[in-house]
Design a protein around this ligand. Sequence first.
Ligand code: HEM
Length: 405
Amino acid sequence: MGELRDAASADIQYDFDIHSPDIADTLDDVYAEMRQKCPVAHSPRYGGHWVATRYDTIQQVMRNPAVFSSESVNVPDTIGQDGSMIPLEIDPPDHGIYRKLINPLFSPKRMAELEPRVREITGELIDEMLKHEKVDFVDAFARALPSRVFLALMGWNVADADKFNHWADTIVLGEPGASEERSTEVRTAAATEVYTYFAEMIDERSESADSEDITQILISGTFEDRKLTQFEVLNILFLFLIGGLHTVQGQLAHTVIHLAQRPEVRRQLVDDLALVPTAVEEMLRRESAVCPARVVKEDHVLDGVQLRAGDKILIPFAAANHDADKFADPDAIDLTRDPNPHLAFGAGNHRCVGSHLARLELRVAFEELHRRIPDYRLDPADPPVRHLSQVRGVVKLPLILGESL
Ligand code: HEM
């Protein structure tokens, strides 16, 4: 047993800022360094917080909600939402009650029924892309697909997709380049607009008797023996918006960047589209965009480090999924990697409720894209722009179609 360290120990300090654009392109190297030097590190940012980078440690945190609470998963604390996000920021036992209501909304059966519509939307976006030699893949596809699919799933107006994208971008990104205060202001304004839109949808659906309609299921949903309040329904919908759009957008864009840079890997996929399902898992492992936080509820020793009640700890899944103790050759992209126990969707009670939807969108997108656009490359004069936050993503991805490296 080594010596017990704490927040004052010099050898575990690491100046890590999850929102810094300066490390957006080198994040994996930063995590690798932390994993090697100080796998449970202390960062002075945002009032001081912990960062865990080993797979096993992150698993331990996620599987122990009594000590590591989800009552606030953001660093700093708010992204403009009104109250705790449901079910993301709810602990057991209440968490399980909400999940019982929400899980069936994204069931594999419901997703299978949605597949033809996803393929149709994907096809329309590709038709449009093919009219050009160069596109911004984020605008033309990665941002467009998840919002349209989400609106189709909800039975809402697909023409509202652009409005949705604007809200989701603002809530996740704030105002790039502006101060943290200004970003919080624009986030809150966007969140208010979102709540108003949702409230209108709820009013519209209150009359409907469609028992398959998601809005309707939520409105008539119960928490133990009472009906959900409108506040709870709004809150759940808010989380679908911020959990379901940016994540898929980033995953689509990151995958295209990796495959554009590696024509031999892309060729393997184009030649055998049956590889798409394992390729999707491998790219989820490779990117793992989400990095939530947990609040420490009682003094606790984690991997020889003394955490105190009230501390916050970040658990970047990208760091876990590149841990060589768990994955052979973790920095390589192996489209056939199987098993692939990655944590891109989290683990334990908060495991992503939309994972079947995300997988459906990613699988259909990569089948259709590689069937119809086998060759594409980045433009060295106009490189992709990534952004870093607790859900990392890509804001711009200029792509030349019909050519390879
Ligand atoms: C590639 C796409 C996606 C990734 C990587 C992803 C990742 C995650 C992760 C890591 C969590 C757990 C967070 C934590 O433990 O604190 C989570 C939770 C959640 N995700 Fe996703 N997600 C994706 C797509 C979606 C989609 C399409 C939806 C659907 C609307 C969705 C809805 C949710 C919800 C509602 C939760 C909260 C679950 C809970 O707290 O019980 N996600 N997601």
